[in-house]
Design a protein around this ligand. Structure first.
Ligand code: ADP
Length: 483
């Protein structure tokens, strides 16, 4: 089979920039594709936070132009190579040289439509400038969703991208990139496209519609979510449009990158461990208790949460359950950043129950690894969950996931109570603190039987959710749209 030439565009990718799972995917999938023999170039914005760290990124070219909007100045291209994958960074001082990726703690940047419209636009000019003629452009989420529009309506008949096909991946349908009508002229989008059949959505411009309508195929990050988004409950108003594209809609589960998330080699945790040295996990637990100043006995269950603190993640369910979690003699470490109202409530609860509850507001990769290693159970009571990565990492760290049966969580976690031979976690269905606590109590009663608990750990730490299989599925989809 001929080697594929793939251009992947994303707004964040590990290790250069990250707010959530999209970055994990955009950083790891290209490496997996490259080890399977494909040629891949990744395009990212060159954020200030990327510039401030040393990744060995070098200047490549200046004086480039994004073509179809009212953009200000030229932009430059920077580059670095990682395991045969080329990473290109779009450097534009107005749009990306800021303190945050999408917005300040007070809210989104008001010019996000221009920022990411520009990004979409500049990715295509960069590919031309580099003479990188891709077989596939793989776009991710709304930030890159205008690429299919520009390709179809501005470039399709031009030789350069004539044979290029587009895959659009939805990592989270709830974030659509919806902006006031006025921005269309800035983005070089004609009024004729501001209609319901195209990019208009209830009187506004909707970026993700472009990804859904104008790409050759669509994927989302789990099979479960691929089905869910066709329903009114999870379709966020786009279920009808997605139904029209059902034949070209696939669910491909996310993989876990065990080069970064493996307790045997993880450089960020206190002591390394694996199935054969599980006692070292206890050292990680003691270290986490010390670091978070919890005075809990290490013999008691310690629960972890690492999450964007948004309604999606069921943070309200956790908040409402905390008084009962405390009576169950559990400790709980929460790391996250998001809605201010959750920050306040969580910090107040940590103050009220200082022996049991520790809360860290912020983004802290090192602490995230230490929580995965140091906790006994990991909580994900999500309202919806397109794929979910943390539950996969938890399995590898022997930190048993307690999850709501939804989306990617439902696909990857098998309830231990119902399936004692294959169970790898505890699941509950309805979004109520009672049901969540019910699952937690079931987990705690198993935890008390040390031998039984250890047997589950020995089994789940062996499970393999690495990227290779998922990368092969992406290749199948790329090949099918090229045919
Ligand atoms: P989502 O993409 O919806 O945010 P996922 O479970 O798919 O959720 O991925 C979340 C990723 O982001 C994981 O790698 C998790 O460790 C990381 N993460 C989330 N919040 C934080 C945080 N506050 N600090 C460090 N890492 C975080």
């Amino acid at each position: 089979m001929k080697q594929l030439k793939i251009l992947l565009a994303a707004s964040e990718a590990v290790p250069f920039s990250k707010t959530g799972g999209l970055a994990d995917v955009a950083g790891s999938l290209p490496l997996a594709l490259s080890s399977l023999g494909e040629k891949i170039a990744v395009f990212l914005p060159y954020y200030r936070l990327t510039k401030n760290r040393d990744f060995g990124i070098k200047f490549l070219q200046k004086g480039l132009k994004a073509k179809w909007g009212n953009w200000n100045p030229d932009f430059s291209l920077y580059h670095c190579k990682k395991e045969n994958v080329d990473f290109y960074f779009i450097d534009e001082k107005e749009y990306f040289n800021r303190d945050f990726i999408y917005g300040t703690p007070l809210g989104d940047y008001p010019d996000n439509a221009e920022r990411f419209g520009f990004f979409a636009n500049s990715v295509l000019s960069s590919a031309q400038a580099l003479n990188f003629k891709p077989d596939i452009i793989h776009c991710n989420d709304w930030h890159t969703a205008l690429i299919p529009f520009y390709l179809k309506y501005k470039l399709a008949n031009q030789g350069f991208f004539k044979n290029t096909k587009i895959l659009f991946t939805i990592h989270n349908l709830a974030y659509q990139g919806v902006f006031p009508k006025e921005v269309i002229s800035k983005l070089g989008i004609g009024c004729e496209f501001f209609v319901p059949e195209s990019l208009e959505f209830y009187g506004k411009l909707n970026f993700i519609k472009s990804g859904i309508l104008y790409s050759d195929a669509i994927t989302t990050v789990s099979r479960g979510y691929a089905k869910e988004i066709l329903t009114k409950k999870f379709g966020c108003g786009l279920e009808g449009l997605l139904a029209l594209r059902k034949k070209n809609l696939y669910g491909i589960a996310n993989g876990a990158d065990y080069r970064q998330w493996n307790p045997r080699t993880d450089k960020l945790i206190k002591v390394n461990y694996d199935r054969k040295s599980l006692r070292n996990k206890l050292e990680c637990k003691k270290d986490l208790l010390k670091q978070t100043k919890l005075s809990l006995s290490p013999a008691l269950p310690l629960l972890g949460v690492i999450s964007r603190l948004t309604q999606q993640k069921g943070i309200d369910i956790i908040i409402d359950s905390i008084p009962r979690v405390v009576t169950l003699s559990c400790g709980l470490v929460i790391l996250g950043v998001g809605d201010e109202k959750y920050h306040k409530k969580l910090l107040a609860l940590a103050k009220k129950y200082p022996q049991n509850i520790a809360v860290r507001i912020g983004f802290d990769n090192k602490l995230a690894h230490r929580i995965e290693a140091g906790c006994d159970m990991f909580l994900m009571p999500s309202r919806y969950e397109p794929g979910g990565l943390s539950q996969l990492y938890s399995l590898k760290y022997g930190t048993i996931p307690i999850v709501r049966a939804v989306g990617g969580l439902n696909d990857t976690i098998i309830d231990y109570g119902k399936n004692p031979d294959s169970g790898n976690g505890f699941k509950f269905s309805t979004l109520r603190p009672d049901d969540f606590i019910g699952a937690l109590k079931r987990a705690i009663s198993v935890y008390k039987n040390k031998k039984e608990w250890k047997n589950i750990l020995l089994r789940i730490m062996k499970l393999d959710f690495s990227w290779e299989e998922s990368a092969k599925e992406y290749i199948k989809v790329y090949q099918s749209i090229m045919r």
